[in-house]
Design a protein around this ligand. Sequence first.
Ligand SMILES: C[S@@+](CC[C@H](N)C(=O)[O-])C[C@H]1O[C@@H](n2cnc3c(N)ncnc32)[C@H](O)[C@@H]1O
Length: 167
Amino acid sequence: MAYRLFEGKEHASIYQQYRFTPPTGLKDIIIQYLDKKKGQPHVLAVDLGCGTGQHTRLLAPHFKEVVGIDISECQLEEARSVPGFTNITYREGTAEELPFEDGTVDLLTAASAAHWFDQSRFLIEANRVLKPGGCMALLGFTDWYIKLNYKDCGDKLNCIYHEVGVD
Ligand SMILES: C[S@@+](CC[C@H](N)C(=O)[O-])C[C@H]1O[C@@H](n2cnc3c(N)ncnc32)[C@H](O)[C@@H]1O
């Protein structure tokens, strides 16, 4: 099941003001991993559940194009109000129905958001849109309880997610 929270204007404005940006060191690890697995060029990154765009903006220097997707138009309005990121676009939508052709996305990320998604539907979409060698990074700080379900590799995905978790 997907959840719909964080959608109000006031909530989005508080997010924009006080939400912290994920560490750049973490972003560097993600880009290095993508370099190793897929190689250059890095064309399209998609940040799911982008909120007010803190993590989306970190990706901008590394890709030709970055798209932030969120179900909340209020969050997106706040994200769009940050100037200076000409290669980022923000679109209203859900992680479970991505507006991209098959095999077109280099990197998919979700920062403190994947635990809200319908895991089965989202992972089917992720697998559909990613290029061969493309990567997905799910990051967060309190979402240790996430349970990923995908075909017969849910257990493996959950092991990886928990293995790299830092207490
Ligand atoms: C905890 S906030 C994180 C926002 C941002 N990534 C950050 O790190 O600040 C979770 C975001 O996911 C969005 N969201 C929740 N369910 C979603 C879904 N199914 N598809 C797309 N976005 C979703 C919410 O609207 C919210 O903006």
